[in-house]
Design a protein around this ligand. Sequence first.
Ligand code: KG4
Ligand code: ZN
Length: 354
Amino acid sequence: MLTLAIESSCDETAAAVVENGRRVLSNVIATQVPIHQRYGGVVPEIASRAHLEQIVPVVEQALGDAGVTLDRIDSLAVTRGPGLIGCLLVGVEFAKSLAATRGLPLHAVQHVAGHALSVYIGTETDAWGDPVSEPARHEPYVAMAVSGGHSSLLLVDQDWSIRILGETLDDAVGEAYDKIAKAAGLGYPGGPLVDKLAAEGNPEAYDFPRPMVGKSGCDFSFSGLKTAFAREIERLGGRETLGDRPEVVRDLCASFQAAAVDVLVAKAKLALRENGLRRLAVVGGVACNKGLRAALAKRLPKTQVALPHPAYCTDNAAMIGGAAGLLPFAGGSSLALNATAQLDITAPASAWQH
Ligand code: KG4
Ligand code: ZN
């Protein structure tokens, strides 16, 4: 069973071919990062246009890399939401056209559910270390979905249903990374840059807050941490003065990262403990973070932690093809499908089709 999957919810145009919801035969990502870099963030209108330009070559390359033609494809999958509406529309309308002309079933996937299930895809083994040639070993787990658009703790249950344990009350953690990088005069996207500089700085140089830690519940809040960082820059004399003080920037990044990682690890631990679970999936762009990966290994020694390959952490279509192959779609597919900026992750997959 081969699925051709398409993802266009934000600033990556992506297509992938996935076998049985598990084995990734190709995973093509055309990133728009260089286009949006000069604006310091994603410009929705420009992003939609770039998707329109990229969608055909990206899909062609995904088929080519997988060594198949459209004749071999059994089903299509597409991200329906949440995301930027103009961007989602490009992928959804393209997938619908393909489904209609080829007579193929089309499955709509909720983007964050795609991230949550990204631990089950791979070329040989999945992020749990299990062979992708076998059926997915499925036990309930906590998925920490952390990216530029979302920071959620989810419980993925035995029957693949998803429950929200906690969410951010304000900024997503990746968004906070991007904003503090901007405040410090670093580039875009901020996460990878801050992560790199943090490795060379002193994490104890500045005492940044750990919002929500020690409080009950699994919600996050990153706005206060972001503001504390901006205030510290003001106190140090403003962004302009940082240019010739690289050691200060490194220490600021290291101290910010220490605080953000402390919050993520503390809330992941709480979610696992409160639900009596021993499996944690860390997914989404921020799951690439080296400081977070090291802290999880050190501070959750008894937990089985699944960290997808970085190519499956940032937005990609392989995770959409994976989720489409694994989730039950009672009621089949629908060509009446429309893109939507909001889509309930807790609804059954069959409800995402309309
Ligand atoms: O999942 P993703 O590609 O897109 C969204 O759905 O948002 O995640 C992108 C986000 C950006 O905010 C980026 O700064 C962040 O993930 N990110 C990182 C790292 N790599 C990407 N944040 C922290 N450390 C990283 N190494
Ligand atoms: Zn995402």
